[in-house]
Unconditional design. Structure first.
Length: 342
């Protein structure tokens, strides 16, 4: 089963908001929320995709031919490639009736583990979303990363107990989810967190803590001060604030600010192994891909997860070979041409 076949099958059961587009570029779903779209004008997801396309790779085959190695060790685990499935919660609300969150997460988490990568799982206004996500990770021997919304401290404490029981090797918080429309005026409340509050959360976590939703060098420095072991450069796929920069536009400056001290991941519009290569060249240690993995699950269950993972890592290996970079450590900014460099 290839990913084209997965997309065709997904069209029969996903939606109505997601169209299972051949290229998930944010145009067809635009500002559909609920649904997979972006906030306001809806161009946040569109620009995320477009800005990766504006970066070019520098081909160079005047080099010794060697075996390509995509393996990477992050957060104490070794993976087949620098690739993670991104967190998605409330799949019935946003993607259709086919799967509950429990069913979706069990397929995604186990499918990713079988392919040598790991999945981030989502959280939601329904407490069962986190309960079912951590249950799926526990079933997969801790091979997953639960992502907690920025609730009040007591709710975070309760959810971290679920994380610990799951055996997860790391935990994340999508701090930018404070801007999600459906998290406003809730009980328990959700909102931004100070550095001091984050220090307390990092201490409570007891496993590597990853802060998702970092879009400036200053925010990255604050995450470092709070003790986060990793950050995810992310604008939540354009879902929390209209007219933000694309992640490709801010990644390099964030890497320059804290890259020596923290693991840096990035998401937002990365749709091919070539895009993944560009992110690594800008200094990321790995990437998250979210919406296409939803299509993968809906269109092919674990076979769909395998098809997408093989596609992305296969494209990454091809690009590494054609650019004369045979290990991840060899990939650098000299391997890409950015728009402002001419």
């Amino acid at each position: 089963m290839n990913f084209h076949e997965v997309i065709q099958q997904a069209k029969n059961c996903i939606g109505p908001f997601c169209k299972a587009c051949p290229i998930c570029n944010g145009i067809a779903c635009k500002n559909t929320m609920p649904g997979p779209g972006a906030k306001g004008t809806g161009d946040g997801a569109v620009r995320n995709y477009q800005k990766w396309q504006e970066i070019r790779v520098n081909m160079d085959t005047l080099c010794e031919q060697k075996a390509v190695d995509t393996q990477v060790t992050l957060f104490g685990r070794t993976f087949a490639g620098p690739l993670f499935a991104g967190p998605v919660g409330a799949v019935k609300l946003h993607y259709g009736e086919k799967y509950t969150d429990q069913e979706y997460n069990e397929i995604l988490v186990e499918g990713c583990a079988q392919n040598g990568i790991a999945a981030f799982t989502g959280d939601g206004t329904d407490p069962n979303v986190m309960t079912e996500a951590t249950a799926a990770i526990r079933k997969a021997n801790g091979s997953g990363i639960p992502t907690i919304k920025p609730w009040d401290m007591e709710t975070i404490r309760e959810k971290l107990e679920l994380v610990k029981a799951s055996g997860a090797f790391a935990v994340a918080m999508d701090i930018d989810a404070a801007g999600l429309p459906f998290l406003q005026n809730l009980n328990p409340p959700a909102g931004s967190k100070s550095v001091e509050e984050l220090k307390e959360i990092v201490k409570m976590a007891e496993v590597p803590f990853i802060l998702k939703g970092i879009m400036t060098a200053n925010a990255a420095r604050k995450a470092r001060e709070a003790g986060a072991q990793g950050i995810i450069v992310s604008n939540h796929g354009g879902r929390v604030q209209d007219q933000c920069p694309a992640t490709a536009e801010v990644l390099a400056e964030i890497v320059d600010a804290v890259g020596a001290d923290m693991t840096i991941l990035v998401d937002g519009g990365i749709r091919s192994g070539v895009d993944l290569y560009k992110a690594l060249a800008l200094g990321a240690d790995g990437v998250l891909v979210a919406r296409p993995y939803v299509t993968a699950v809906y269109g092919g269950q674990k076979d769909g997860v395998t098809a997408l993972t093989e596609k992305l890592l296969g494209e990454l290996r091809d690009t590494m070979k054609m650019c004369g970079t045979y290990t991840l450590e060899e990939i650098g900014r000299e391997n890409i041409r950015q728009p402002h460099l001419g």
